[in-house]
Design a protein around this ligand. Structure first.
Ligand SMILES: [Zn+2]
Length: 92
């Protein structure tokens, strides 16, 4: 039986670009220097790093800002109400 499209079962390796260590093809990191072997892995790592930051900037800050705005508005409204009450007392 012939195996189509495959040259004989060679050792398939990917050589680390940093230390030249030969790693298994499916390996994501170099066994020797622990660096990511492919750009894909590197990008994946970078995206993981960014994730917590993205969470902070979108949801958390928005909530914080909203809370602060509500606080300021409430303060402003109560001031305005007090002012209006005073004016009413004076005119009536
Ligand atoms: Zn390496």
């Amino acid at each position: 039986m012939k195996t189509v499209g495959m040259t004989h079962e060679q050792f398939k390796t990917q050589v680390c670009s940093v230390c030249r260590h030969e790693n298994a093809l499916e390996a994501e990191f170099c066994l020797k220097c622990r660096r990511p072997l492919s750009l894909k892995t590197l990008i994946k790592m970078e995206e993981k790093k960014k994730e917590p930051l993205r969470l902070i900037t979108s949801d958390v800050t928005e909530q914080m800002v909203q809370k602060k705005v509500e606080e300021i508005l409430a303060k402003h409204n109560s001031n305005a109400q007090a002012q209006a009450k005073k004016e009413k007392e004076v005119t009536s």
